[in-house]
Structure formats: C-alpha cells, structure tokens
Ligand binder design. Structure first.
Ligand code: 13P
Length: 210
C-alpha cells in the first residue's frame, strides 16, 4: 500500500471504530509503520473524523515532520513498534469492555481474559499483560510498555485501555476488535461456568494460525 492508501485506510478504520463506540470523543490513537517513518493520528483528534491529509507523519527517529501535532502517546507506539519489528501498526482504544477488564485486572497479570473463543487466541494470542497505571501521555511508561510488548502482541493499560499491534493496519484493527469482543464475553460470563478452550486447543490454534 502507498502512504496515500494507508492514510485513507487509517481514516476509514477510525471512522468505523468510532461509529461502533470503540472510541469516544478524542480518545484513542493509531500508528502505522512506513518505509521512511510512521503515520500517527494527531493529538486531540476524533477517530471518527480524521482528515487523511492532516494525519501526523514522523521520520524514522520519531521526529514530527508533517501534518498536525501527533498523539501525546507517541512513545507508547514507539515502544511497541521498536520492540516488535514484525508489527506494522498499533491501535490504542478506550473501548468499554476491554477498559473495564483493565480496571478489574491486577497489574502484572498475564492473562486477564480467558481463552473463550478461537478468534481471540488467533488474533490476540496467549498472553495479554496488564501494565500498571500511568497518566496518559506520561513518558515514564515507555520501558514498561516495551517490556510487555516483548512477548505479547497486545496489552492492557490499567484503568486506561487496550494497546494492540498487528502485522498490518488491518491486522491490528481486527485484533483490537476481537479483544473488545472477548472482553465483553468475559464480563458477560463472569461467575458462570463457561467452558474455556483447553491448553491443547489453544496450542492447536497457535500452531495452525500463528
Ligand atoms: P491523544 O489525543 O493525544 O492521541 O490522546 C488520546 C488518548 O487516548 C490518550 O490515551
């Protein structure tokens, strides 16, 4: 995809995520890796109304080179994209159910959502570390995010929301959607005797779908 295509795609995903209430107001931010740097949603922008031409561009050293001022969470995206060279995009949302789990979970926990469905395992993986609470935009969270990203495609920021990476922008968005759905199911089924996938079933999914 060209940079122009990615800008359009980013705005389209933003509109769809916002339309379903996965981000509200100006919450959430998305980044995409480019051959010569990164695209990043501008700070205080509404994901539902992104102007492709005004999306921030950063160079390979994360210096702002074009577009509106980037998200204040730029170092969160940097921590994930630099720790995971295979990741092409990062999506951070305040989607309700994943954020609810991020309020219930204990920081340091590795799997706050059980493997209830195959697509959660396939898209998000086996682990979903919970990073302790930091103020939004606090640069001090960068090492904690990088540590969590080492072995995980996605994580929850305590009392804040999910951070999800993917090979492509589409992959990252789909994984963020699966995470939100899995969080919703986990909350619906809390205290009930739901069957979770067995370790062998989880292994089979990961071996088959990566
Ligand atoms: P930005 O508007 O700076 O991207 O911040 C929004 C947000 O979701 C903070 O976590």
């Amino acid at each position: 995809m060209t940079e122009a295509d990615l800008r359009d795609r980013l705005a389209e995903h933003g509109r769809l995520l916002f339309g379903r209430g996965y981000s509200v107001g100006s919450a959430g931010n998305i980044s995409v890796r480019l051959p010569d740097g990164y695209l990043m949603t501008p700070t205080n922008s509404c994901l539902g109304r992104l102007d492709p031409a005004r999306i921030s561009k950063l160079d390979r050293d994360w210096r702002h080179v074009a577009g509106d001022k980037p998200s204040k969470e730029v170092f969160l995206h940097r921590a994930v994209l630099e720790t995971r060279p295979e990741a092409g995009a990062v999506v951070h949302l305040h989607s309700t159910h994943a954020t609810a789990i991020a309020c219930l979970a204990t920081p340091g926990e590795a799997a706050p959502i059980p493997p209830l469905t195959p697509y959660f395992v396939m898209r998000v993986g086996r682990v979903l570390p919970v990073v302790r609470y930091y103020r939004p935009g606090d640069a001090a969270m960068e090492p904690a995010i990088a540590a969590a990203a080492k072995d995980a495609r996605a994580m929850l920021l305590a009392n804040h929301g999910p951070v999800v990476s993917g090979k492509t922008l589409d992959d990252a968005v789909y994984a963020a959607e699966e995470l939100e759905e899995a969080a919703k199911l986990a909350l619906m089924l809390r205290g009930q005797d739901a069957r979770v996938l067995t370790p062998a079933e989880v292994e089979d999914l990961l071996a088959t779908f990566g």
